[in-house]
Write a protein that binds this ligand. Sequence first.
Ligand code: URP
Ligand code: ZN
Length: 460
Amino acid sequence: MGLVLRGGTVVTALETYPADVRIDGEQIGMIAQHIEPTAADQVLDVTGKYLLPGGIDAHTHFDLPFGDMSTADDFESGSRSAVMGGTTTVIDFATQFRGEPLTEALENWHDKARGKSYCDYGFHMAISDWKQGMTAQMEELVRKSGVTSFKLYMAYKGSMQVDDGVLFDVLRKSGEMGALVCLHCENGDVVNLLVQEARAQGRTAPSTHPLTRPPAVEEEAVARAIALANMAKAPLYIVHLSTRGALETAERARKQGACVYIETCPQYLLLDDRRYEGESFESAKYVISPPLRSPEHGEALWEGIRRGAVDTIATDHCSFNFQGQKSLGRNDFSKIPNGMPGVEHRLGLLYSAGVVPGKISLNQFVSLTATRPAQLFGIFPRKGTIAVGSDADIVLWDPQATKVIGKENHHCHVDYEPYEGFSQTGLPVHVFLRGRQIVRDGKLLDSAPGGRYLFRKPLK
Ligand code: URP
Ligand code: ZN
């Protein structure tokens, strides 16, 4: 027995066309102008809806420990929030802590996600404690565990930050294996110095946070990272790029032959540094790294997206409650846990602010939110497109439906909503994960989490 989705419009990264789509088991079995159902088939009328490939958010931090607490969202609440917004795959950052072998860190993340995720999931491996000989563990992760991307931080001195030697070593090994290094580009030494100076001057409010991480901190790190990746003959994926200068540097390097991929996030497109104005502690809700920028950076990023310079839009969903978590930094901005939620609203925000006003096409929207992340992270064409043989991860998108985003209607476990009051046009009404309907008429179906681990392929 199959399910025929009748009368909708299929959208891929390349095409938009009216078609019926037949789901057979977990996959898409047929796409045609008209599909005649068999007696055993079910038919769902989806007239007026877009059929989008399930969204892929390649940057989440679910159940991430921070000091003696963890992010507000674990895999259950984070993935629930994801599917309610039309994202059916996340690639989360499994994170190695001091003294841990990478393989142990991976097992740890499997334990966090197993049986709890409503969406399919893969893992990048974030390396914080590099030791000679760990290249063998990288190899094991790529070949035997399906982890084909690694994350390094050039910031967070004293915890996650690695030096240029480690960065070069990991890049070189990744390049050899066809793995991809995801890089947090901020000069952590400079940030650390600026933070110490600000504290010594008695500056405690969250408004100080962006002053310790000016645009040049990102721009310098991006230029250095590209130079190192070139030396290592490795591709590079820059996470959450936030500045005009860094974008221009990356584009210039590409023209000279560098293999650089760029991710940005809705917060750098739709929010700006006015959220830090004044001395109110409310600004702690927006203490993220890199920080929100002045509007001209957002405009430059939109322009970059429009001309195809940006590969992916992810969220960096790393949620902390305002009460009890962000509030740890009430007397010292540098103690505010960095990060904010967003996994639920990525598609809706980008559709509303990008597609509706004509800044980007529907096909670019699909490319940025599903197809490119699938290609770069080794799950295409299984994920990231609507094609015969692909997983039936399908979002039925109602382009007319509207809502106002707010804490009262989001599905993550966070006590505030950074996009509170934003109007959204376009909503996921039905969501299918591998052929199984998990959202119907905008409501999560009462079923156990059915997400599976994704074993990914290297780039070569
Ligand atoms: O502020 C942020 N972005 N926190 C999450 C960790 C990271 O830097 O990606
Ligand atoms: Zn992150």
